[in-house]
Design a protein around this ligand. Structure first.
Ligand SMILES: [Zn+2]
Length: 491
């Protein structure tokens, strides 16, 4: 952070993402979240002596996918190690991880800041490891342990200290979350702990290249907390430096209630993990065919898709950002516009407004996810076609959207059945307007005499005669033509 007092921050992130494999990293147990405690366990993930782990191939493919998506070198040989530490929810007494030979190294992603400028952030490494179980301390007298999460596969992503502000750290996390959810290797749910972040931060005089003492903030569980914790810590470091002091190298936790960081443990207690190669697992050996198979299956990545939405559909960056924030929403939008009869930029904008506006609101009200909508993209396209061609008004479209969502009946069928279609029959409207003018001869004379505001009265009469179903633009046009004609005769 280039604050006014001449200091800048140096920030690096370590992000753990929980993979969406069906089974655990080294055994066949289910990874399902929310199952009854300790039901998804076996001798391997409980660490019984003699139980043999086998690496999950799907997990390895997911690590390759993330490595490719972040421009990393994918190593043909990587090694599992044991990382030793004691914790009650780690029954083996060690965690299987990767240390000196991780599967991916040396990548780069471009983050985008609010003003649209891009900045490269280097990825030092991505490695595979298993998760520990969960201790539940919130019971007054005891701690309970759930080992369902024990052995669930994780990827740890470590950046170089290339980030300078809390906003950049935030932008990196948002982008990483988008990438892993587009790859469908992580659900990105921070509340459930599927994406967790540790941040290293130090502060130095702006413009200097030196590295000052850093502190590490552990287990940041929301984007907001990452920004707030970093903001607090940078300010704290800068204050100490200003007083001629230096922060201690320590591990901290963010207290979101009191808005400050608190020490977890000091440097002198920093654990020695005694890494050594896992004797029960062979090195991960990848051939080119495996890597190429994963590459061929990569989806279009979020920033590329956002830029394509701008180029192909003529959308603003703002709209394209909203549509591509979540892959299922972007997919739904593209399936909807694929079903439109007319394909002008204004029609894509209409589709964008409906997908992000009324359609999203309808889903929220019905508590339905975009992946399981009560109305298909084809049905929404059908509704939008009728709106675009003027068969129905915007107000009617909203009602039909609700009805289609409630009943599953196709929008065109609803319109046909109810006779709710807007009147767009020119012949019919022309005859109707003739009779309205005939019945209101005194007003017509006033209009021809220069009282232009009587025009609205005629429109009102037509709308009244059709119970509001006449297409207003059409009524205006026909009426204008007829009155202009009378004016010519009058002159
Ligand atoms: Zn198991």
């Amino acid at each position: 952070m280039n604050d006014s007092n001449g200091y800048e921050a140096v920030i690096g992130l370590e992000v753990h993402i929980q993979l969406t494999t069906r089974t655990k990293a080294f055994c066949g147990c289910s990874t399902r979240f929310g199952d009854a405690p300790n039901t998804n366990t076996c001798p391997v993930c409980l660490g019984y002596p003699g139980a043999l782990p086998v690496a999950n191939r799907e997990m390895i493919s997911m690590a390759i996918a993330l490595g490719l998506a972040t421009g990393c070198t994918i190593h043909h040989r990587s090694v599992f190690v044991r990382k030793h530490y004691f914790y009650p929810d780690l029954p083996k007494g060690y965690q299987i991880s990767q240390y000196e030979d991780p599967i991916c190294t040396d990548g780069t992603v471009d983050i985008e800041l609010d003003d649209g400028t891009r900045k490269p952030v280097r990825i030092r490494r991505i490695h595979i490891e298993e998760d520990a179980g969960k201790s539940l301390h919130d019971i007054a007298t005891e701690t309970l342990i759930d080992l369902n999460r024990c052995g669930v596969p994780l990827l740890e992503i470590v950046t170089e200290p290339d980030l300078r502000t809390p906003a950049e750290a935030h932008a990196f996390l948002v982008l990483l979350r988008k990438i892993v959810t587009y790859l469908e290797i992580c659900d990105g749910n921070m509340e459930e702990g599927s994406l967790r972040c540790d941040a290293n931060v130090s502060v130095r005089p702006a413009g200097s290249r030196e590295m000052r003492t850093k502190t590490e903030i552990k287990n940041l569980n929301s984007f907001r907390n990452v920004e707030r914790a970093l903001g607090y810590e940078i300010h704290r470091h800068a204050e100490l430096l200003r007083q001629g002091e230096s922060p201690e190298s320590e591990t901290l936790l963010w207290d979101a209630v009191r808005n400050l960081t608190v020490p977890l443990r000091g440097k002198e207690e920093s654990p020695d993990y005694r890494y050594f190669p896992e004797p029960d697992l062979p090195p991960v050996v990848l051939d080119d065919a495996w890597i190429e198979r994963v590459r061929a299956a990569l989806p279009e990545l979020p920033l590329a898709r956002r830029d394509r939405f701008i180029a192909n559909y003529g959308l603003s960056r703002y709209d394209a950002d909203i549509l591509t924030a979540e892959k299922p929403l972007a997919d739904f939008f593209e399936h909807t516009v694929a079903g439109l009869k007319r394909r002008l930029p204004e029609d894509f904008k209409t589709a964008c407004n409906w997908v992000t506006g009324d359609f999203t609101r309808m889903l929220r009200e019905r508590k339905r996810p975009i992946t399981d909508p009560p109305l298909s993209p084809a049905a929404l396209a059908e509704l939008l076609d009728m709106l675009i061609e003027g068969t129905i008004s915007g107000k009617m479209a909203k009602q039909i959207l609700e009805e289609a969502a409630d009943t599953g009946v196709h929008p065109r069928e609803i319109v046909g059945r109810s006779g709710a279609a807007q009147l767009t029959d020119e012949g019919f409207l022309s005859t109707l307007i003739d009779s309205v003018l005939r019945e209101n001869e005194p007003s017509v004379r006033k209009y021809l005499g220069g009282r232009e505001n009587v025009f609205g009265f005629f429109v009102g009469q037509v709308m009244k005669a059709t119970q509001g179903r006449a297409n207003p633009e059409l009524v205006n046009r026909i009426l204008r033509e007829k009155l202009d004609e009378r004016k010519k005769c009058h002159e």
